[in-house]
Design a protein around this ligand. Sequence first.
Ligand SMILES: [Zn+2]
Length: 114
Amino acid sequence: MHEMSLTEGVVRILEEQAAAYGFAKVKTVWLEIGEMSNVDPDSMLFCFDAIAKGSPVAAEARLEIVRVPGQGFCLSCGKQVAVANRFDPCPECGGFGLRITAGDEMRIKELEVE
Ligand SMILES: [Zn+2]
């Protein structure tokens, strides 16, 4: 379950941000998870609950997952298209060679702090 280490990474970032910007607690974390990122949102929520408890900064934080749909730029026809799977052909022209532009990563979008 790699979500456990991903969650630890998120909590570490929250602690670093707290130290850098001088806030004591995070109230809400909006975490973007791309639909092609192989990160399971339910596992993230489960792991976050377990791990955040051990951090003064994150103990009371609520995790909000924001799903980001896959998007790609087709090198064959030059269109921006929706992508469900990384190795799918372009839905417009059938060409292979989509460059993924969104939906394959996980990142912290926003924090509500106090
Ligand atoms: Zn295309």
